[in-house]
Write a protein that binds this ligand. Structure first.
Ligand code: CUA
Length: 341
């Protein structure tokens, strides 16, 4: 004991490590914007409920087993006067009991697990269900609303309290679509359509994240889900369906010309213009978004200028190259993109 105290006193590193471990443990207690333990919809709630059930059963088992272990170690520890303890070879009743108890525990876990899996994988149908096709790209998400004729990126809008049936695909490698507070994750696999559903019961902004290592900027492949009131969602749909008017502001008009004359049109679509590329995000209503570059950055003029100046410098591996734009060109492009409401 004395030598151990001595070790702790002499090694601040040991204390730093202990403090670090404690911090790590405590940090797990919070509920951040990507916590599956703070569900905001029926799918997430069932899954979190299952997690809680298994977690607390594991806590009870741990406390019981470790408690008995400690009790036995202390109660039956070797004492100098003891001699050889009585020798025991098996106890049939005990063995039956500790076989039956885990079987019962597994049944209690299995029933809600199977019903939760069944409910999460039963895709809702009907006129009230909103259909969205989600396509993973290196490194951003595309959202298509086939029944509404909307194509957008990085930000999915859904009405509150509405079942949303998602078809998840990939344009390149395997990604994984995950909005922790709304539902579990599902893989986006090339040439395959996976299906899942979710529902947001709370109006607000929910963070999403690609969960499958998919290349250099996997960690920068984020997105947002906006759960809106029905009226706000309908207004958003109406805005998204409209073709933006050509810009009237001279700076934005200059930006529109630059956009049409540069490589931009080969990769991006802007409805009502000659830009019909599909490699990069559809920018038709870019000005209505709150984030850029796979929701990696807030959409501010400064961030957009930084992005246009050197995309791979901002997002490592970005497929959008550095186009060598001048500061003047960038200023005009920012004005144009902002005008696309
Ligand atoms: Cu896409 Cu990780």
């Amino acid at each position: 004991m004395a030598s151990r105290v001595h070790l702790l006193r002499r090694r601040p590193l040991v204390w730093i490590l202990l403090a670090g471990l404690l911090a790590l443990l405590i940090s797990g207690c919070g509920t951040g914007p990507q916590s599956a333990l703070a569900p905001a919809g029926p799918v997430g709630m069932r899954e979190a409920g299952l997690y809680n059930l298994i977690f607390w059963m594991a806590v009870v088992v741990f406390v019981l087993v470790e408690g008995l272990l400690l009790f036995t170690a202390l109660r039956f520890r070797r004492r100098t006067s003891d001699g050889i303890p009585s020798q025991i070879h098996g106890n049939t009743r005990l063995e039956i009991v500790w076989t039956i108890i885990p079987v019962l525990i597994l049944i209690v876990i299995a029933v809600p697990t199977i019903t939760t899996i069944a409910s999460a994988s039963t895709i809702p149908q009907g006129p009230d269900v909103l259909k969205v096709t989600v396509i993973g790209h290196q490194w951003w998400w595309e959202f298509r609303y086939p029944d509404l004729g909307i194509v957008t990126a990085d930000e999915m809008h859904i009405p509150v309290g509405t079942k949303v049936a998602l078809t998840v695909e990939s344009a390149d490698v395997i990604h994984s679509f995950w909005v922790p507070r709304l539902a579990g994750k599902i893989q986006a696999i090339p040439r395959r359509q996976n299906e899942m559903w979710l529902q947001g019961d709370e109006i607000g902004e929910f963070y999403g994240q690609c969960y499958q290592l998919c290349g250099t900027s996997h960690a920068n492949m984020r997105f947002r889900v906006f759960v809106q009131s029905k009226a706000d969602f309908d207004a958003w749909v109406k805005d998204q369906q409209a073709v933006p008017a050509p810009p009237t502001d001279p700076e934005a008009a200059k930006g529109a010309q630059i956009f049409q004359s540069k490589a931009c049109v080969g990769c991006h679509t802007i409805a009502g213009t000659n830009a019909k590329g599909t490699i990069g995000p559809n920018l038709t209503h870019f000005g209505s978004r709150t984030t850029i570059a796979g929701a990696m950055l807030e959409k501010t003029d400064a961030n957009l200028a930084m992005w246009l100046h050197d995309p791979p410098g901002v997002k490592p591996g970005s497929i959008m190259p550095n186009l060598g734009l001048t500061d003047d060109e960038i200023k005009a492009l920012v004005a144009y993109l902002d005008s696309l409401k």
